[in-house]
Design a binder for this molecule. Structure first.
Ligand SMILES: [Zn+2]
Length: 293
């Protein structure tokens, strides 16, 4: 057994919907294709077990069998038992240019990874703040990574009410913090955790273990709805434009947010000004009337 490869699981933007949309675009462009050449140009992009050179040599010539997602991680299955794992961090995004577009393509600033596929398409990873990363694991390394410790995926494999009740039992941490933790459930970050708690009318500071079955059921329904709407809208692009779809479009979900980044604006349900508090160093938005402790 090697040492555990501890991938950073900090709750961050982009979140599950943005990663899922990215995954769908990458899947369409990459599955069945060969990575003809790969270039990694920033040391921090190769954060874990592999150097930039090793990523290039492990990826070049390999075929893409699948493009999956675990929580906020992209998991690309390659032939010969290799797996590419990517996390968008705070500001990372993938961009896809098809073979006919690449001739006149000017490289975007902060492009740290470029893969050319055998049909001429170009997959780039652009990451101004370099909190994102790309790693390439063999089977043993993948097994040794802490990806397996992620909780069930909040979209593909959401826990049942009894399962989540069991996970939360006795937990005194605020439910907001537990949703960001990625072990009870993987995929939520700051935006969608605030939105789901607002929709479920649960105060973000409520100790996880204090939620009854009705509240847990409401929370799971709210999470489903918040994620589903965000995916349908192409995800949330904030004013910093850090997240864009792989075709360069902005996501449309910002206008649908009920509390996130709406401090002092009226709650859409009751009109009470939305409050901002800090829970475990993360800004948290809620309605003090709809969400009582
Ligand atoms: Zn309200």
């Amino acid at each position: 057994m090697g040492t555990v490869i501890r991938l950073s699981m900090e709750a961050s933007l982009p979140e599950l919907p943005e990663v899922e949309i990215t995954r769908r675009h990458l899947e369409k462009a990459m599955v069945g294709r060969k990575l003809q050449s790969v270039r990694v140009t920033h040391d921090r992009t190769a954060r874990y077990n592999t150097t930039t050179d090793e990523i290039e040599s492990r990826l070049s010539g390999r075929q893409v069998d699948s493009v999956g997602r675990r929580g906020k991680f992209l998991v690309v299955g390659l032939n010969d038992g290799y797996t590419m794992v990517a996390h968008l961090g705070m500001s990372g995004r993938f961009s896809i240019a098809s073979g006919t577009d690449t001739a006149n393509l000017e490289e975007a600033p902060h492009t740290h990874f470029v893969a050319i596929l055998d049909d001429g398409a170009e997959i780039s990873f652009i990451d101004p703040r370099t909190f994102g990363f790309i790693a390439v694991f063999d089977e043993d390394e993948l097994a040794d990574s802490n990806l397996s410790r992620l909780g069930p995926d909040a979209w593909l494999d959401p826990p049942s009410v009894p399962t989540l009740m069991k996970t939360l039992k006795g937990r005194t941490a605020p439910i907001k913090a537990l949703l960001l933790d990625q072990r009870p459930m993987a995929g939520l970050g700051n935006i969608y955790a605030d939105e789901a708690l607002h929709l479920a009318r649960i105060h973000p500071r409520t100790p996880g273990g204090d939620l009854d079955a009705t509240e847990v059921a409401r929370l799971l329904v709210a999470i489903r709805r918040v994620l589903s709407e965000a995916i349908d809208c192409g995800g949330t692009t904030l004013d910093d434009l850090a997240y864009l779809l792989p075709d360069g479009q902005a996501g449309d979900n910002l206008g649908r947010l009920g509390v996130y980044a709406r401090t002092d604006e009226p709650c859409l349900r009751c009109g009470t000004p939305v409050q901002r508090i800090v829970i475990r160093a993360r800004s948290t938005h809620f309605c003090p009337r709809c969400q009582r402790l």
